[in-house]
Ligand binder design. Structure first.
Ligand code: SAH
Ligand code: SF4
Ligand code: F3S
Length: 456
């Protein structure tokens, strides 16, 4: 199979991304890693010399969804073959890691199967296919860290960017596949994070979201070999010229720390919006989930955050219908939600995942019970989100403008709480932050007017 060896022979690459923000980051890095060997992104799979399906394994029917998508991609590959053109089909991400062998058996037309920790080796995998024409599978956890081998990010004019600083998980919540798909917890050294942040800022990123499966467990080493906390890393990032906003996700209640709370008080660039998943409000269920914390502990951190930064807003993840969850346990979740008042949240029906302890636990609940609880919880969360959005009306918030709006003369941006905000404004403001008077709540966004900067 012919493979480009330099930028003189350009090839087209189509990447399909499912799953969490870390997969979005990984997809961008896979494009970066393939660029030096001539691959450039295309939005059209039909014209792609290589297609990567970056998969997620977190919930129900993940593998089936992958096989059904592969069936569609196979037809594209076959049609191109008829015209004498080759397509390298690669499956990446968490399903590839968990079900690599199964993919090769059930979809033998797939050329490359690679896990989340091996994509720095993609050029070599592509070359191996060209040489031997055989399928490549790379799902062992390598000893080297991929970050040491990745080139600097190359996407231009990206006003908001993700940056993975921590990856993997050693917490083994009883329901979760992530420790098996992403591997052990590890943090990138501070210098490597700062170098990537500088490169992102140079290409236009005014807002960076630090990513990790447990981002607040970050303990990357400084140049002197000392472990650095997330709070200290944020302080160093905040000092970089050009960086206007910093976010981080996903935090774990067990890894919350006083210095991180303090950072929210002290660092204006650190956005007052925190995603802190709790999963359940019932202590019995939290114990069964192996979360390592109770509801009261979670509430204490929420209180500390609110004290340190009164304008803080909280988002969370919930699972309903975990094995053994009674009506009373579910009520405990509903009352925790009422106590906290979330600005936004994701909620899911418990989905048994192969190989996780909870999948074989007694007390699995019928779908209709899970459906009913999810409905009730989402109803409450939606009304809380609505009330939160309403609290911003008639207030002034800083908006970071990221693009043109749908209407003529309109530009859109993000509030500190990630709500889209539309205003009438000049396109030159894109990439900048301005105070905006919020005048109305729209269906999934806010509308307002730019507040003129007062002459001083
Ligand atoms: N590391 C994060 C969560 C990562 S997974 C944390 O510990 O909070 C993202 C979310 O998917 C989880 O917070 C959980 O709510 C949901 N999730 C994970 N496994 C699930 C399962 N088996 N069934 C339903 N939801 C699940
Ligand atoms: Fe999964 Fe728990 Fe690790 Fe989060 S902390 S990634 S839910 S095992
Ligand atoms: Fe999915 Fe893997 Fe992210 S399972 S949620 S893509 S870590």
């Amino acid at each position: 199979m012919p493979v480009p060896s330099s930028t003189s022979s350009l090839r087209k690459l189509h990447v399909i991304t499912w799953g969490c923000q870390m997969n979005v980051y990984d997809s961008a890095r896979m494009q970066d890693v393939l660029k030096p060997i001539g691959y450039r992104a295309t939005a059209f799979p039909e014209e792609a010399d290589m297609i990567i399906l970056n998969t997620c394994h977190i919930r129900d029917k993940a593998a089936e969804k992958v096989f059904s998508e592969l069936g569609r991609l196979r037809l594209i590959k076959q049609a191109r073959e008829k015209e004498g053109q080759q397509t390298i089909l690669a499956v990446a991400g968490c399903v590839a890691q968990a079900e690599g062998k199964e993919i090769l058996t059930r979809a033998p037309y797939v050329d490359i199967v690679l896990g989340p920790q091996t994509y720095h080796r993609l050029p070599e995998m592509v070359a191996r296919i060209a040489r031997a024409g055989k399928t490549v599978i790379e799902t062992d956890f390598p000893v080297e860290q991929k970050f040491d081998f990745l080139p600097a990010p190359t996407t231009e004019n990206q006003l908001t960017a993700f940056l993975t600083i921590q990856e993997g998980c050693d917490k083994f919540c009883s329901f979760c596949v992530v420790p098996y798909t992403r591997g052990v917890e590890s943090s990138r050294p501070v210098s490597s994070v700062l170098a990537e942040a500088r490169a992102l800022i140079k290409m236009g990123a005014g807002e960076i979201t630090l990513l990790g499966q447990n981002v607040n467990a970050y303990h990357g080493l400084t140049e002197d070999g000392q472990p650095c906390t997330l709070a200290d890393l944020i302080k160093s990032l905040a000092a970089l010229p050009g960086l206007k906003r910093i976010r981080y996700t996903t935090s774990h209640p067990r890894d919350m720390s006083d210095d991180l709370v303090e950072a929210h008080k002290e660092i204006p660039a650190l956005m007052p919006f925190i995603h802190l998943p709790v999963q359940s409000g019932s202590n019995k269920i939290l114990l069964a989930m192996n979360r390592g914390h109770q509801a009261g502990f979670y509430m204490e951190w929420i209180e500390k955050l609110k004290r340190a930064r009164p304008d803080v807003a909280i988002s969370s993840d919930f699972i309903v219908g975990y094995p053994g969850e009674t009506d009373k346990d579910f009520e405990d979740t509903m009352s925790l939600v009422k106590q906290v008042g979330f600005a936004q949240a994701y909620s899911f029906k418990y989905s048994p995942r192969p190989g996780t302890p909870a999948a074989n636990a007694p007390g699995q609940l019928p779908e209709d019970v899970k459906d009913e609880r999810l409905y009730q919880l989402q109803d409450l969360l939606r009304s809380q989100q609505d009330s939160f959005n309403q609290t911003l009306v008639n207030k002034v918030v800083n908006v970071y403008f990221t693009g043109k709006g749908r209407k003529d003369g309109q530009i859109t941006g993000r509030s500190p709480y990630l709500q889209p905000v539309h205003v009438i404004g000049d396109e030159t403001l894109i990439g900048q932050e301005r105070p905006v008077y919020i005048s109305q709540q729209l269906t999934n966004s806010l509308g307002g007017q730019i507040k003129e900067l007062e002459n001083t």
